[in-house]
Design a protein around this ligand. Structure first.
Ligand SMILES: [Mn+2]
Length: 234
């Protein structure tokens, strides 16, 4: 079976609840659709849980991208050179990450040994940009944000990581005829015309999975691609 989980954002308890409901078997594949860190209380615990369960595949979100851009200079040993090397671009990246809820991620990383911290960062940097799979004869494109600067003739590998993780999908548009775009990033609470805000939004060519787990009144959601069954943490 293939499962896809929406934006976890540090919601470890909700992830555990969902995993008990899914009860994956050996050989099942579970995709985490990006934004596993930041905002919620236990982002690093979430990442370490994914690392310990080899049936998880991590797809990159904009929060992983922001974290990696900052950790590149935050994690180096402090020397005169390293301080002099932090430029305005770095500081702007850090400010961006900060307003996007980096505090619990940094707190979790600080509590780790140097080696465990490196392992977490390495795991995040190995995240997939997207996944293109066929399940029961249906093509699914799993991508955190969407296909920025979309053109039907543009191959998936041609999209930049920024175009994939920052794009807000247009749920009224069918991309890649015959394929289903499975996306997170845009909480269904914010999708205009979504009949059940805060729950999974399925419409022609789309499955919108971000149910705003880290927000009040939100929840974590997963879908099984074979059966279409949807799971909610609350
Ligand atoms: Mn996002």
């Amino acid at each position: 079976m293939h499962y896809v989980i929406g934006d976890i954002h540090g919601e470890y308890d909700q992830l555990k609840t969902l995993m008990e409901m899914i009860a994956p078997k050996d050989g099942d594949v579970i995709y985490a659709l990006g934004d596993v860190i930041d905002r919620g209380p236990e982002p690093v615990k979430v990442v370490r849980y994914l690392m310990e369960h080899p049936n998880f595949r991590l797809i990159a979100g904009n929060h992983e991208l922001m974290a990696l851009e900052c950790l590149r200079f935050l994690m180096q040993d402090i020397t005169e050179d390293s301080i002099a090397g932090i430029n305005e671009t770095d500081l702007a990246l850090l400010a961006d990450w900060q307003i996007n809820g980096c505090a619990p991620t940094l707190k979790g990383l600080r509590a780790l040994t140097t080696e465990d911290r490196s392992d977490v960062i390495e795991y995040l940097s190995d995240a997939l940009a997207y996944e293109d799979i066929e399940v029961e004869g249906v093509r699914y494109i799993l991508v955190h944000g969407g296909l920025g600067n979309y053109r039907p003739d543009r191959p998936l590998w041609d999209y930049s990581i920024d175009e994939l993780v920052w794009e807000q999908t247009d749920f009224d548009r069918v991309y890649l005829d015959g394929a289903v775009l499975v996306t997170g990033h845009t909480p269904t609470q914010l999708i205009e015309g979504c009949p059940a805000p805060g729950y999974v939004y399925k419409t022609e060519g789309h499955i919108g999975l971000d149910c705003g787990a880290c927000f009040e009144g939100g929840r974590l959601a997963a879908v099984c691609l074979e059966t279409g069954q949807v799971f909610y943490s609350r």
